[in-house]
Write a protein that binds this ligand. Sequence first.
Ligand SMILES: *[C@@H]1O[C@H](CO)[C@@H](O)[C@H](O)[C@H]1NC(C)=O
Ligand SMILES: *[C@@H]1O[C@H](CO)[C@@H](O)[C@H](O)[C@H]1NC(C)=O
Ligand SMILES: *[C@@H]1O[C@H](CO)[C@@H](O)[C@H](O)[C@H]1NC(C)=O
Ligand SMILES: *[C@@H]1O[C@H](CO)[C@@H](O)[C@H](O)[C@H]1NC(C)=O
Ligand SMILES: [Cu+2]
Length: 388
Amino acid sequence: MKVSLFATAALLGGAVAAPHEARTYLQTDALAADGVFKLGMYIASQPPQKCNMRNVAVRKEWSTLSKQEKKNYIAAVQCLYKKPSKTPSALAPGAKTRYDDFVATHINQTLSIHGTGNFLSWHRYFTWAYEQALRNECGYKGYQPYYNWPKWASDPAKSPLFDGSDTSMSGDGVFIPGRNNTCIPMPSLCGISLPPGNGGGCIKSGPFKDWKTNLGPVAPVVADPKPNPDFAGLGYNPRCLRRDISSAAAKGWTKDSDVVSLITANPSFYNFTTRMQGDFAAGFLGVHTAGHFTIGGDPGGDLFASPGDPAFYFHHAMIDRVYWTWQNLDLKRRLYAIGATVTVNNDPPSRNTTLDDKLGLGFVGVPEITIRQASNTMGGGPFCYIYA
Ligand SMILES: *[C@@H]1O[C@H](CO)[C@@H](O)[C@H](O)[C@H]1NC(C)=O
Ligand SMILES: *[C@@H]1O[C@H](CO)[C@@H](O)[C@H](O)[C@H]1NC(C)=O
Ligand SMILES: *[C@@H]1O[C@H](CO)[C@@H](O)[C@H](O)[C@H]1NC(C)=O
Ligand SMILES: *[C@@H]1O[C@H](CO)[C@@H](O)[C@H](O)[C@H]1NC(C)=O
Ligand SMILES: [Cu+2]
């Protein structure tokens, strides 16, 4: 029994490369493998649970999916986009589709789920709810894939996720010349100045070429955003998906060494979640913001409306994989670790986040759960998944 659990854990943790791709050895993946081995030992030391190594779902890197698996995933996203929304139009007139319910919820809660103690658990629940909608409402049989930043950091536009082919999530936008750098967090406080990439306009090819994103922008990074009729960004504002894939963001802050130092140099939850989200004044973008700017454009570069670009969920699955790895490396201390407060960067000062705080996803339509429940991806309440 124990032997087979260990074997499963070791197998799942092994770096599996598709035959056509170069085997790149990443320390990030070695840490994930070490973590899943420790998770296997932890599970084996506990009384038997409903969710175990035999029935656990395994989320995989996009490049390791077969062509058909990729097409099935893409078809499920397109399906979600065709279903009617559950958000009352009086609350968010721009939420036209089931896909938009997720975007509207994220926009609505943006200022209580970033720079706060629930950042990691909220986005974990959000990504899971999206995966479940693809499965339960659109017949998808797989799980949410992730985008392993360091694997593609030298040239993200060539990655299978962004290469613009019919098995990608579409690629870069049309090149718009003569653009300024993007200042982060804002022009008046230019902690980081990112050069424009090779896109900036509407995406050129692939399955999402003719998509319209309906909500936002709220905090646009493009120079000429189409303004939303509603101040909060929840009005109807159909426009093309724009991207500006940034190898500068990817190379600068999502290399293997960047991810490894995030995981290994931050034993406290507070430091881990804070470092991940960057220190802009100090010129440090962090993997979270860098991953968003690797996609860039509108709504990809917009803190509020970013889930309007379906690449969002691949980035956030990787954020979750890194959090999961960090937890697995010291489960005793980190499985139920928490820190930070309930206001963005504790401004204004507020109470500490606790494990009993609730996570709600509005009209996405899933029950509220506690951060404690969301802390365990194999707790069965409601999660039962790991990452390869
Ligand atoms: C936004 O959040 C408020 C407060 O939680 C809630 O009452 C409202 O229904 C939410 N709106 C949407 C569109 O989710
Ligand atoms: C670039 O920045 C300058 C100075 O802020 C501004 O005047 C100009 O309009 C900007 N150009 C574009 C294309 O955004
Ligand atoms: C958190 O980070 C700060 C600043 O880098 C450091 O001084 C502190 O020792 C760290 N705390 C822990 C527990 O790692
Ligand atoms: C909040 O958390 C900090 C850091 O862990 C701790 O020092 C402080 O005592 C906590 N505050 C309250 C009111 O519990
Ligand atoms: Cu977010």
